[in-house]
Design a protein around this ligand. Structure first.
Ligand code: FEO
Ligand code: CA
Ligand code: CA
Ligand code: CA
Length: 640
């Protein structure tokens, strides 16, 4: 889902810094120097004026190379994967989770039924291992976000008179199809993964699940509403995009485009007007506000301040209350992947997915206590939130969003840390963070001591707004930045950065793409979105927007080290209209879970006329967002 708005606030894309073209030239000349010292094979591609992907250079462990027969870049109604692999259709929208789940009937769906079934538009996938037999992972808990609903593809007969055709019950179905699913899964005798229907851990989290607000902003007057005068309790979570599994085994659900769920019209001088404008509220994408005050700004003008957080859920206790952790800041959270720093503090990397918004990381105040789950359960309530400034000399400054430091003072309208976090975007604007080309997933790699930032695209960046970390105007295809933490210290406040690849067609000089020349005509892609690191430290990238390049979205492996650095290879293709989310490996590397999101959502698609009917290909069944498990026939590690 793409929010068409953008950050039009301060941080004028380096205009405030003199001579941006000089700085870029400086950066490129430094890159050329580094590349000159790199191994053979990593050189520039045709049409590029700068050196190609570089050697890592500072001695990180080398991730192994991949070995699979590359698929072709293509368009198709169904999925594709390499020879020697198979795909288990693990679970589809509407499939049962509980013994009493009603059979899925898209012609007469109810909110009560949907709340007992797998939700819509699967996005993030987390996996918590439960069992391993002879080195093979055989059982675990899958945690899946349901980011949003495609109203016109979900409901029969709705399109013709939409939005008038929406009813309170259909809005309730949509709310029940949001949130997340927690379910036990296991490998059967044939090796295929399947849900354990009725497992005691199975749970649906929806847009109505009661939640607690915790951390520095909890109880702030700007989080108080008529329905919740305490500012500490909220119903539900929405637009849960990517997320994370913490080292202590909890499930993080990132709230992304929450703005789209609000209707209403506040006066320009309303105290929340400027704040809401910075976040694109109200987006008016859904009709919920016609039937429920909390999604109507005129009734509850502070309700949007209760969304845009990261939610922590204990997946082993279905009766636990999910917690919105305000210490992690309020923005359009793409994901929240974490890693333990050498000193035991836990570091979360987070993107704010909007054109010209920022990359963040959060460092806990306390340290992770292995084996003491209870001691870790509130680590995310106390720590420091940082925003990234990518400097042209290749350094990265992490700027703390800490009340009382720099411009984050009462003089600038902040009454304390809670308000800094509620208006995290404005705080980051004031600190001079670098406006990026839509930061999506940010994945730390314990194997390399680095983090990989997916910058999906930003065609609205102008020549005047180009900077070293966002080097292309009209960036239609995005790029990937590698953050190099000093000595693998993820908690560091000064890091380095490099561009790993510039996406797009390397054979088109106009595209300004940059790949390792070993990349085949199938191996390049556009619009990187989600990514995963496999147990051998290799990077896999899922796309959302690759159809702009003439082929469906999919998953590609991307080399990080040595002669393969910057080389892409096509592994998986989604059906028409779909993007791929949540790639996640099991700890034995033998399974790659992939979330096929919004299949059939092609231009003008409706329930009656979708772009594909994957995965059922039944004329009575609409396309169904589903999770697939990709495995090798010989049960070897994926990519081996
Ligand atoms: Fe939900 Fe930024 O993708
Ligand atoms: Ca995404
Ligand atoms: Ca990821
Ligand atoms: Ca996306």
């Amino acid at each position: 889902m793409i929010d068409q708005s953008e950050n039009t606030s301060v941080n004028p894309h380096s205009e405030s810094r003199p001579g941006i073209q000089d700085l870029i030239a400086e950066r490129l000349s430094r890159r050329s120097f580094l590349a000159a010292g790199a191994a053979a094979g990593a050189v520039g591609v045709a049409g590029c004026t700068q050196a190609g992907p570089e050697q890592a250079g500072d001695g990180g462990p080398h991730a192994g190379s991949v070995s699979f027969s590359e698929i072709t870049r293509d368009v198709s109604d169904t999925i594709a994967y390499p020879d020697g692999y198979g795909a288990d259709l693990l679970i589809r929208w509407g499939d049962a989770l509980f013994a009493d789940s009603p059979a899925f009937n898209p012609e007469s769906q109810s909110a009560a039924a949907q709340a007992r079934q797998f939700g819509y538009n699967n996005d993030y996938i987390g996996f918590i291992e439960m069992d391993r037999i002879d080195g093979r992972v055989t059982r675990g808990i899958l945690c899946v976000n349901h980011e949003y609903t495609n109203t016109l593809l979900m409901f029969p007969g709705i399109a013709e008179s939409f939005p008038d055709s929406m009813t309170a019950e259909l809005c309730a179905v949509e709310q029940a199809a949001h949130g997340g699913t927690i379910m036990e899964i296991e490998r059967g005798a044939d090796g295929a993964w399947a849900p354990v229907v009725g497992s005691p851990v199975n749970r649906r989290v929806t847009a109505r699940t009661p939640m607690q607000i915790t951390g520095p902003a909890a109880g702030h007057q700007r989080l108080r509403t008529n329905a919740d005068p305490t500012g500490t309790r909220v119903f539900g979570t929405i637009n849960n995009c990517a997320g994370g599994i913490t080292p202590w085994g909890t499930y993080l659900m990132a709230e992304e485009n929450f703005n789209g769920y609000f209707l209403g019209d506040l006066a320009d001088d309303h105290p929340e007007a400027a704040n809401h404008a910075r976040y694109g509220v109200p987006g008016g994408w859904y009709q919920w506000g016609r039937f429920e005050d909390r999604f109507n700004l005129n009734a509850e003008p502070r309700e949007p301040n209760r969304f845009g957080w990261v939610v922590e859920v204990d997946p082993r206790d279905p009766s636990s209350t999910p917690k919105k952790r305000t210490a992690l800041g309020r923005f359009k959270h793409e994901g929240a992947e974490s890693v333990v720093a050498p000193d035991g503090r836990v570091v979360l990397y987070m993107g704010d997915d909007q054109r010209f918004d920022y990359v963040y990381k959060f460092v806990t105040a306390g340290t992770f206590a292995p084996g003491d789950r209870a001691a870790n359960m509130n680590l995310l309530d106390d720590g420091t939130l940082y925003v990234a400034r990518f400097d042209a000399d290749g350094t990265l400054a992490w700027l703390p969003l800490t009340f009382g430091t720099g411009p984050l003072t009462e003089a600038n309208g902040f009454d304390g840390q809670g308000e800094v976090l509620i208006e995290a975007r404005r705080a980051a604007d004031l600190l001079g963070a670098t406006p990026m080309d839509r930061p999506e997933d940010v994945e730390p790699s314990p194997q390399t001591g680095r983090a990989y930032v997916m910058l999906t695209n930003n065609h609205r960046r102008t020549e005047d707004q180009v900077d070293a970390a966002n080097p292309r105007a009209e960036n239609w295809h995005g790029h990937i930045i590698e953050i190099i933490e000093p000595d693998g210290d993820f908690a560091a406040t000064s890091s380095r950065w490099e561009i790993l690849v510039r996406c797009g067609d390397p054979s088109d000089p106009e595209a300004g793409a940059m790949w390792n020349p070993a990349t085949s005509e199938n191996g390049w892609f556009g619009s990187p979105d989600n990514c995963a690191i496999d147990p051998d430290g290799r990077l896999w990238v899922a796309t959302d927007g690759n159809p702009r390049t003439g082929a469906n979205d999919g998953i590609w492996s991307l080399g990080l080290e040595g002669e393969e650095r910057g080389a892409g290879r096509a592994f998986f293709r989604a059906p028409a209209g779909a993007e791929v989310c949540g790639p996640k490996f099991t700890g034995d590397g033998r399974t790659l879970f992939a979330a096929v999101q919004h299949p059939g959502d092609t231009d003008g698609a409706t329930y009656e006329a979708p772009g594909t009917r994957w995965p059922d290909f039944d004329d009575a069944m609409p396309p169904r967002p589903s999770v697939v498990a990709l495995r090798k026939h010989d049960d070897g590690p994926v990519g081996s």
